[in-house]
Each structure stands twice: as C-alpha cells, then as structure tokens.
Write a protein that binds this ligand. Sequence first.
Ligand SMILES: C[S@@+](CC[C@H](N)C(=O)[O-])C[C@H]1O[C@@H](n2cnc3c(N)ncnc32)[C@H](O)[C@@H]1O
Length: 495
Amino acid sequence: MKQLYFGDCLDVLKDMYDRYPQGLIDLIYIDPPFNSKRNYNILFEDVNMADTKAQREAFADTWSNVSYKDTLGELARINYYLFRFLENLDDIDIPKSSVAYLSSMAIRIHYMRKVLQETGSFYLHCDPNMSHYLKLICDLIFGKDNFRNEIIWSYQRWTGATSKFQSMHDIVLFYQKSKDKALYNTLYEPYSDRSKHKAKRFSNLKDNGSLEQSYTGDTSRMKSMRDVWEISYLNSQAKERLGYPTQKPEALLERIIKASSNEGDLVADFFCGCGTTIAVANKLGRNWIGADISHLAVKLILKRLTDPIAENGKKEFLSTLEINGFPKDIDSAKQLAKSDELLKKKSKHGAFDFQHWVVEFLLGGIRNPKDIADGGWDGYIIFPKNNNEKGRVLIEVKSGHVGIKNIREFIRVIDKEKADIGIFVCFADHLTKPMKLAAKEAGKYKPYQFDRIQILTIEDIFDDREIKMPGGVEPSTFKLSVKDVRPENKPPEMF
Ligand SMILES: C[S@@+](CC[C@H](N)C(=O)[O-])C[C@H]1O[C@@H](n2cnc3c(N)ncnc32)[C@H](O)[C@@H]1O
C-alpha cells in the first residue's frame, strides 16, 4: 500500500477508522505545525510571493478559534477526560489560539490511536513551547503507562549571541498502543565518543547520525540506543534539502522507522510535508500512507519519490501509488470542473478548486491571489531572464465552453499585464480551429521559436505535453512539466 492523501488529515482519519475500526497502521510519526509564532505549515516562505496565501487559508481553517468549540463538543462525546482537560485550559489564562491548536491536535491524535494496530507505535514531533501540553494530551489518549520516551533531537546551527542558552533541540514523544504486544526493535550506538571513532573506522558510522552502518559495526562496542539523538540539522548546504522550511532529516526518521516497524509494515505520516517519512519508509521497504493539507506538499513528495528513478521507470512507479483528493483521469477532472461550476453558480466567488488544481498541481504555477471569475488570469509561473530580470507566464484555465473570444480576451490580458507568455488551458472537446489560429496569430515569443500564446488541453497535460518557456523556473515552484526551451542559434551564456 502506497497512498497519498491531499486534505485535512482529520477527514482522512475518520474515513480510515470507519473502514478499519480494528486498526491497520503499524507506525505513525507526525510533525504537525508547532503553533509557534512562525507559521510552520507555510511552504516555500522564502518565495515572498502570493503563493503562500492558500496555505495560510488552509492553516486558518484548520487551526483557528472558530472551529475549536465544535471540536471540544465532539471530544466531549468521545473522550470525556480529554474534553475536561481542554475545557479547563480554556478557562485559564493561556492564549485561545493555544487551546484551539491543542483541541485540533487532540481530536486528530485520538483518531490516530484508533487506526493503529494493537502492536503499533506513535511518535509526535514537537518543540518545547507545546510539548508539555501535548504530552498530557497523549497521556490521556494512549494512557500514561504507554508512554515510552521523550526523545531529544539535539542539533547545532549557526546563531548569533543569545540572551539565554541556545535552543537547539526538538522533542519527539514516543507512545505505544499497548504495553505487552507492541513491536520494538532495539537499535544500537557506540559506547562513547572514543568507541564512536573506532566504530567509525570499522563501519563508517556517518557524522550526520545515519545509523545504517552501526548495525554492521562491531556490536561489542555498541550499547542500546539512548533517547538523546545527535543528528545534523538540515542547513542550506544539506544534500537532502528540498527548500521546504520544516523538512526533517532522513536520519531521524530512519531510527524511528527501524525501531518501530519491520519490512512490509505500514507506516503513516498525517502531516507529511515534503515527505521525509514517506521517502524513508519507501527506501526501507515499508508500505506507507501520507496526508497533507497542502497540494504543493503532495506534489513535492511525488517529485521526491520519482527523482531517484530512471525516466523510463517513473510512470510505472507512479502507477503503484494511490493518490487521493485529486482527479486521476479526464473523467474525474471533468467531474471536478462540473462540481466547481455548480458551486460558482451558488456563490459569487465559488470554489476555484479546478483552477487551483490545474495551476498549482498540474502546471506547478502559483495561483492568482485575487480570485477573479472572468476576464483575468488564474495563475503564473516565474522564469529567470537575462540580467537578473524575471519573466512571467500567465495561466488562464477554463473548465466550460470556450471560443475565439476567450483567446482574444486572454491576449488582451497578456498585453495589459505585460506578461511574457500566456498559457490557455481548456478541455480538448472545447478547443476549436479558430481558437488555435487566434493563438498562433499572436506570434512567437522572440527570440525563441515557440508561440507567445499557447493552448494546452487537460488531455495534453495528462499526456505529458509541456509548456514551452525559456530556461528553468524559479526553484520554489517545483515544476514537473516545463520544458527547458533555448532559442535556436543563441549562446548558452544567455541563461
Ligand atoms: C512541520 S510540516 C511537516 C514537515 C515534514 N515532517 C517534513 O519533513 O517535510 C507540517 C505539515 O502539516 C501540514 N498540515 C497542516 N495542517 C494539516 C492538516 N489539518 N491535515 C494535514 N496536513 C496538515 C502542513 O501543510 C505542513 O506540510
């Protein structure tokens, strides 16, 4: 089983519990947003553009004060002591946003325990601002006898002078579902720094904390692993870094997955971000489930999983995955478009899911922060031009009937916005010859040999036809389907 879910993990968990009330997962690791001032579930915040808006909205919906009273009501029915604890927190002087955060976590952790097998383990990654509250919540859900460790992930990273001791650790709370049945594989580490050096000589134990080799080292110099783990922080130079601000090191997940699962077991991460748990589980021959509320995260995971695979094997690998929450074929894409049309009829703003799916998931663009129903554009892609300038591709997505007038209108928008290239997306059965001609007449994107206005059908995109645009794209947009087209007879140093 290899399953990715795009959506709120609470919905995924409730549905899973309905289908598997006896539990199905062997190991759950989660690294939820931390509720610190920094908005931890924002992807690519360095982009400094509107692309984070959707994520902010998702964050607000899930964790805001609005819904936590409802969550408390739901908890009152399913775990009375948990409800009482949170209700009392609500009465004392801690920020409401913290109670909202803790209630949201509590209900999700409740269902995570439900979907674990009796032999299963649960790891909750958190920081010292919330870990003490979260531990009480986990004690109430798992039973305090099922608490195993508070793992300290200790790291070093550059900081200037501080007015207190430097904060250089995260906490991972480790619980098991039951006392006697739970699975635990003992891991080893060298006895001391001296034997660590020796073990390194014998077994190449890596400095970054990866423990692959410590299994093969001289185990007479090894002891059962402690709960303080020295593992390198992923700084900007780290090879495995993908540009995702809260990405965790693979070495950390390697320990957790090896200790609490065996090959073929099912590992899940319900806040999976750029997919560290999934990537390590996959490498170690585990089955896996990942969920994230950000479709950019889901897209990045797909890229992370397929990057190491040779080009001719990618499709086959993708066919072994189940991706939920996105259309998988033309029929389901049409269905999504149709349900959006219905919604748009009901409210002025409508739900722009179809457009978002095309712009951000299929084309790797960034959606227009202003959701304009008509006469505008739905998204953009930035590409580097000469002299540090940036070029802009505007994307317009139409799910319903279209005609030549839409193309002409789009050309006007491109001119008005002074965009470089325009991509018009529609379904194949709506595309007409006059539309193609009108796009052609807009000319080439000079000095390149491709059209300034390009029409792509959803069917084209499913068939891997690509946008033609110069050079690469900004790294943060993680394009999967842009072709690097260089102008004919131009020297490469232009890029
Ligand atoms: C701290 S990051 C996880 C990072 C991850 N461990 C990694 O190594 O890449 C938290 C993730 O939780 C996701 N998230 C936030 N609320 C969520 C929800 N209600 N359901 C599912 N995912 C959610 C965010 O989109 C974000 O990607």
